[in-house]
Design a protein around this ligand. Sequence first.
Ligand SMILES: C[S@@+](CC[C@H](N)C(=O)[O-])C[C@H]1O[C@@H](n2cnc3c(N)ncnc32)[C@H](O)[C@@H]1O
Length: 386
Amino acid sequence: MTPAARIAAAAALLDTVLAGAPAERTLTNWARGARYAGSKDRAAVRDLVYDALRRRRSLAWVGGAESGRGLMLGALRLSGTDPSLLMTGEGHALSSPLEDEGGRSLAEAPDGVRLDMPDWLLPRLSAALDEDLEAVCGVLALRGPTTLRVNLLRGDRPMAQEVLAEDGIETEPDSQVPTALHVKTGASKVANSRAYLTGLVELQDASSQAAVLRLPFRGGMTVLDYCAGGGGKTLAMGALARLRLAAHDVDPRRMADLPARAHRAGLAVSLLDDPASLGPFDLVLVDAPCSGSGTWRRTPDAKWRLTQDRLNDLCTLQTTILTEAAALVAANGCLVYATCSILTEECDGAVAEFMSRNTGWAMEDRWKALPTPFGDGFFQVVLRRL
Ligand SMILES: C[S@@+](CC[C@H](N)C(=O)[O-])C[C@H]1O[C@@H](n2cnc3c(N)ncnc32)[C@H](O)[C@@H]1O
């Protein structure tokens, strides 16, 4: 595909996403049907779509319309490329830009446009982030890093770097998180690399790794990952101490890959439909469903889909799940609440709500990470049963 054809394809896909279709499924369906697109074309179109969704409002402002064409026109203008070079109307290219099509300056845009956030969320984000608001919105409008967790049961970080390099994957150690490696080149090769297939590394953001490293593990503890999903945190916990590990999720299909991942990592994990049958546990982790606002650069359509009602529902669900999980914690055990949100109501707000309704818990640790070029936003609190 020519660069102009890739832009036209991205514009058409963006129209589908803007009409309400999930971005990931839209791209997957397109890639299946587009036999003319090679792997480099598919990756380039994917980047165009995701980059545009992250900056949907600012690109639409500069491009003159909240449409695939408008976003692509805005993206070309903001990257300093003359749009008429790639929107020529020839072959598969979009038609040439009209003289009066878009062209507004971002300097005149309202805050929600400039910061690429829905207007209703800005006051909440501003309250949560204060002087960090602009920097955080800026980070969420850019691509995130690809980060690996080194599985200390299989080797150390220098060894993982060497094994990855043999497969053409260059990495750099994170300066704060001792298990994290940022992928510099070769990210698309990770899933087929020897390091990944032998369980030496897993894909996991540095903030999630840092959160798990803070937990108070001792050998022999019983640990339940109550909202396990794919089991990223289950495996990270299991690599840190000899634990008796169990995982649960209200939707067990989400844990479908966990047995194979655990096997690769050298871990045994019991999958539980009814965790009370094996409890109580020394530590129960609630990695709660949330807005995902700390990770919106990875799922940018979620930023635009969140509504006030949905956020209220999530807050209610978070407190409900915490209350359910608390009943599974042993005497003197820990209840850990974690979320990849940066909104106060889903972080301190959810914990305060739980504490106001439940006595007999003491807060032992509270940790919050804002999204940076090296890690996603994350929040974690450790409560101990008195
Ligand atoms: C943020 S994700 C978990 C991600 C996972 N811990 C990881 O590190 O890969 C939240 C999970 O909570 C699950 N969930 C939602 N409601 C639940 C409930 N009432 N009880 C248990 N799990 C629930 C969802 O199915 C989802 O898999």
